[in-house]
Structures are given as structure tokens and as C-alpha cells.
Design a binder for this molecule. Structure first.
Ligand SMILES: Cc1cc2nc3c(=O)[nH]c(=O)nc-3n(C[C@H](O)[C@H](O)[C@H](O)COP(=O)(O)O)c2cc1C
Length: 249
């Protein structure tokens, strides 16, 4: 079956880490992207999310530097080289593999978050925070009514936030705007605290979980890491019994 427009956008979206710094993303497009994000599903329609549009270069640099520092610790020191090579084994050319490992272990790969023109930085950085208590916030009718609570509260908030993020990335792609989801600057408890304090996020009630850079791509990027198809990931009725059959494509 032919892909329709929506499926084409889904398949063509790529993580963009080099931006055309001569082009800004206008506020009305950012508005559209966040609006599309808000149409994501959430448990009880509680919409447990807030987005901070970071345009301030100093703030972008602060958050980007955390990503760079954390990457150096994670990939440069804590992950053995053989493990990096294994994870990146889809890169066929030896030279590209070496370059990718180099920019990863030196943190350079995440310079784009700082928004600087010298490193093809993104003009806009969105920070997505979710309400860990998930007990009614955006919806006036649900405010303070309890709702999802206990262990499932934070879990539902993160799930809903992730869906909201994907909506935003796809909406951006549909508008010709590149994006990249990033979490490396929020993977460590200390970094979450530091970023929350800097942006005034009422942590730990609200917790920033993901960032999304936005901007026009500097280079066309159609190739991405390979995907496993339904033949490999889908089962019928029972784990291990493959769903896909000849001719389904
Ligand atoms: C939860 C999550 C965290 C991610 N964290 C980072 C990150 O910290 N930095 C980054 O550059 N990309 C990050 N990515 C983007 C992935 O690396 C990228 O989506 C993946 O390699 C597939 O590539 P594609 O989006 O181009 O298809 C993240 C994506 C997700 C969903």
C-alpha cells in the first residue's frame, strides 16, 4: 500500500543536529507546533505538560553545556569503545563511524543545543516539563479532583509527555522544520535540578523530561538509523508468533 502524507511525514522525520543559523523559526510556527503537541492523548485528558520556549542564548548555552558535559561522562568515559562501535554498527563507512565516535566522546555532537552559529546551533530550544503528581492541572474540571495517582501518576505523565513531544516533532517536520529530541541534559538528577532552577520550573512537582531543538536543517538528512519492520517486532496473539505474512507490505 502507498504511504499517505501523514505516514510520509512520520517516515521522513529525522533527528536534525545541524541547523541553518541564518533562518529563525517564527513564533507563529512555534505556536502551531506546541498547539499540535497539545492534541496528544493523556490519561483522563489531564494534559500534564508545560513547554518553555527557550530563545535566550545564555539559557541555551547553559542547557547545551550540561548536555556536552554529561555526554563526555557517559560516552567518553563510562562507555567502552567496543560498545559504542556495536551501537553504531549501522554506520557502514569506517570514516563516518570514526567521526561519529569522536564527536560523541568529545561532546561535540551536542553543541547544537547551545544555539551558536559556529556550531550550526538550533535557534530555538523547547523544554518539556510534566506534572509528576498528575492530579489535575490544565483541565479546570479536573483540577484538584484526584485523578491518576500513586505509582501510575508519574508514569502516565511521562508517557503523555512523550506523546506530546512526538506530536511536536511531527508537526515541525510537516512544516519543513527540523528538530531533535534530547534527554542527555536531563538524564542525571543533578542536571534536572540545575535546569529546573535556571528556568524556574517548580521541581520536583513539575519535572523537565525532554528537550526539542527546532530550526531549519542545514543539510538534507533523509538517511537515518535503520528501523526494524513489523516482520521483526510484531506478534500475533502470542509472543514469538510473528504477525507479518508474505504480501502484507
Ligand atoms: C527519549 C529520547 C531521548 C533522546 N536523547 C537524545 C539526546 O540526548 N541527544 C540527541 O542528539 N538525540 C537524542 N534523541 C534522538 C535519537 O538519537 C534519534 O531519534 C534516533 O537516533 C533515531 O534517529 P532519527 O530520529 O533521525 O530517526 C533522543 C530520542 C528520544 C526518543
Amino acid at each position: 500500500m502507498e504511504d499517505n502524507e501523514t505516514i510520509k511525514v512520520i517516515k521522513n522525520r529525522r533527528a536534525i543536529r545541524d541547523y541553518d543559523t541564518s533562518r529563525d523559526v517564527p513564533d507563529d510556527l512555534i505556536y502551531k507546533i506546541i498547539e499540535a503537541g497539545g492534541y496528544a492523548p493523556s490519561a483522563e485528558n489531564q494534559q500534564p505538560w508545560r513547554v518553555i520556549v527557550v530563545r535566550d542564548k545564555k539559557l541555551q548555552e547553559f542547557i547545551g553545556q550540561i548536555a556536552v558535559d554529561r555526554t563526555i561522562l557517559l560516552f567518553g568515559r563510562a562507555t567502552p569503545r567496543e560498545e559504542l562501535e556495536r551501537r553504531l554498527s549501522y554506520i557502514e563507512s569506517k570514516a563516518s563511524l570514526e567521526r561519529t565516535i569522536d564527536i560523541l566522546i568529545s561532546g561535540q555532537r551536542f553543541e547544537y543545543i547551545k544555539g551558536k552559529s559556529e556550531t550550526n546551533g538550533a535557534p530555538v530550544l523547547l523544554v518539556l516539563a510534566v506534572d509528576q503528581t498528575h492530579v489535575g492541572n490544565s483541565q479546570p474540571t479536573l483540577r484538584g479532583t484526584g485523578g491518576v495517582y500513586g505509582w501510575s501518576g508519574p508514569r502516565h505523565a511521562v508517557i503523555a509527555g512523550a506523546m506530546m513531544m512526538e506530536n511536536m516533532a511531527l508537526a515541525a517536520a510537516s512544516l519543513g522544520i527540523g528538530s531533535c529530541v534530547s534527554s542527555v541534559q536531563l538524564d542525571h538528577f543533578d542536571d534536572v535540578g540545575a535546569i529546573s532552577e535556571k528556568l524556574g520550573i517548580p521541581f520536583p512537582h513539575w519535572v523537565p523530561i525532554l528537550c526539542l531543538t527546532l530550526g531549519y536543517a542545514k543539510y538534507d538528512r533523509t538517511l537515518g538509523p535503520p528501523r526494524q519492520g513489523p516482520d521483526e517486532i510484531a506478534f500475533l496473539n502470542k509472543w514469538g508468533e510473528f504477525f507479518a505474512k508474505e504480501g502484507m507490505k
